[in-house]
Structure formats: C-alpha cells, structure tokens
Design a protein around this ligand. Sequence first.
Ligand code: MRU
Length: 366
Amino acid sequence: MKIHNTHYRTIWPAGEGVRVIDQTQLPFTFATADLRSLNDAVEAIRVMIVRGAPLIGATAAYGVALALRADASDASLAAAAKALKAARPTAVNLAWAVDRVSATVAPLAPAHRAAAAWTEAGDIADADVEQCRAIGQHGLAIIRALASKKGRDSGPLNILTHCNAGWLACVDWGTALAPVYMAHDAGIPIHVWVDETRPRNQGASLTAYELGAHGVPHTVIADNTGGLLMQRSEVDMAIVGSDRTVANGDVCNKIGTYLKALAAHDTGVPFYVALPSSTIDWNLASGGLIPIEERDARELTHISGQTEAGALETVRIAPEGSRALNPAFDVTPARLVTGLITERGVCAASRAGLKSLFPEIPAAAE
Ligand code: MRU
C-alpha cells in the first residue's frame, strides 16, 4: 500500500535485521523501527509496534531467524520459540509461523539454520501478501454483488468494520480491507463505518488512517453505534478479520466483534470474516478453547492522543482506584457468520465449509 506515494509493506529486510512501521505512533507520525535481535522482535509484538494476526506471524518468523543469527543451537531455537509464543497468546499466526520456521531449520546443521530461517520468514511474508490479494478478489465479488443489488441510485454500499484488519495488520493489502480497497479501485461506490475499537482504538487510529491514505470514504463511529445504524438499514454488510478461527468455524477477533455479529444477525446484515489459512487453528474444536489475551488495565483507565499543539499525551479517564478488566478478544459463534472469506474462496463458517476449501487438512479436532 502507498503512503506519501511510496509503496510500503509493514515489514521488510533492512540492514542487520528487519524494519517495521511503528504502529504505536500512527496516525500522527509515520515512523519505522528496526528489529535486530530476538528481543527486539518479542518486544515489538508485545508492545504492539506491530500487531494484527498475520503481521505478528511474519514478525515472529523473522524473530526466529534473528535469534539463530546470534546462536544457532537447539537450545537457542527452543528458547526463541518459547519467548515469541509468549509475547501474545491469541492470534494463532504467531505460533503457526514460529512452528513452521522451527520445523524447517531443526533438521539442519546449526551453520545453515539462520539463512534457512531467514528465507522461510521471507516466504511467509510473501505468501501473506498473495493470500490477502486473493482474499481481496473473493471479497470483491461479494461487494460487487451486494452493490449491484442495492443499485447506484441508492447511494454507496455501507460496510462496517471493527478493529484494524487492513494492510497494517498484515504484510500488505489486509484481510477485511483488501476487498474494500479493490472495490474502491474498481469504481464501486462504497463507504466504510469504522468502529473506533476501544480500548486501543485501532479503528479510529489505524483503519481510518489507511482508508484515508487510499481515498476510501469512511466515518469513524463509537463502538456502540453499529447496532443503531444496522437497525436504520444504514449498514449493508460487515467485514472483520480474525485472530484465530477454529475447526468448527467459530471466529475469535478483537473484543466487541461478537456484539456486532449479534446485531447484524438480528437485523439481517451479512456478516463476513476474512482470514488467511494461517489464521485457522485446526487443532481446536470450538471457540471456547481459544486463549483470550488479557491486557494491561491501563489501556482502559488511560487514553493517549495528540493535543491541539501537536504533542502526544496520555491522560487518565477513570478514577484512581477503580479496577478495570481488559480482555482483548472475543469469540463470535459460527452461527452468526454469513461466510468466511479465505484465499481459496468463500465458505460457510462450519467444519464442512472449511473442509470444502481445505480438504487436505487432517481433522485433528473432530
Ligand atoms: O490487538 P490487535 O490490534 O493485534 O488485534 C487485531 C485484530 O483483532 C484484527 O482484527 C485481526 O488480527 C485480524 S488482522 C488481519
């Protein structure tokens, strides 16, 4: 995707390691950060310099490579895998990427491991770009059909999204936003309702930033507004991403996604989830088994932003002494999902639906 007329991925090899876009500084400052060690990669994931399921997977893959450059022993590989997997627990792409790189390099002599891990990490990043591009094409067909049913005279197709599942969350393109970009580029009139996505505001800060940079008409709304807009027939479809989709089609995504899916179900709004296959956890039978990350209560009790004078500041919004609970994700049951948009096509959110697209996967969690 382009920022200031330059094409960027969110992660790319640079110098002694990889360079990433520092998402903690957006939308105010476009800055990059260099990750040169395992610890840099772990910290970047933990403090959310990088975030979004596919991107933390790619970052973790490079993290293994960086660890092996320093020490290619079996012990170093095991310690790197453990540290990276502990950085954030919910998005399965992280463990998936670490396991994939580990499995590639473990049989090799230590002298060859770092280079092989580096190549594997690059392949994971490249594959993510292609998978998101394919998700975009499949989602575009859905948007095109809904827009043509609505008719141009009835105004733009109104699409609601939650959190940030755009190119910043992936290596490029995005999952939920890839079809949006392609529809906009194809001249289909669309408008996006952007859930602010408390407490970290990935919608207001990142999704709005991305859509604005691409020229896609959008409006930021409070998280609680979507239901009203759906009741008023001002939402034509919802598309969100996923951090972990399990074998029965249950979908884990940013906290608040479930409530949007409930409202969509109640009002008959199609609710789609876009995800690459690296986000599917075939080993879990249902969504209740997914580990839900609990983040620092300070993300709720305080809020950060830019003052009129341009300074970045964090201020308290809850009383001193009030406790806060901050689970970062929730699970949307498959029955509330209209369809899963994957790189292989669109399927029902069910075991049978997933199997129809991925017949080669052995059913570990029957
Ligand atoms: O906590 P975050 O910002 O990493 O959460 C990200 C999301 O919930 C995204 O919707 C999800 O990772 C899908 S990204 C393509």
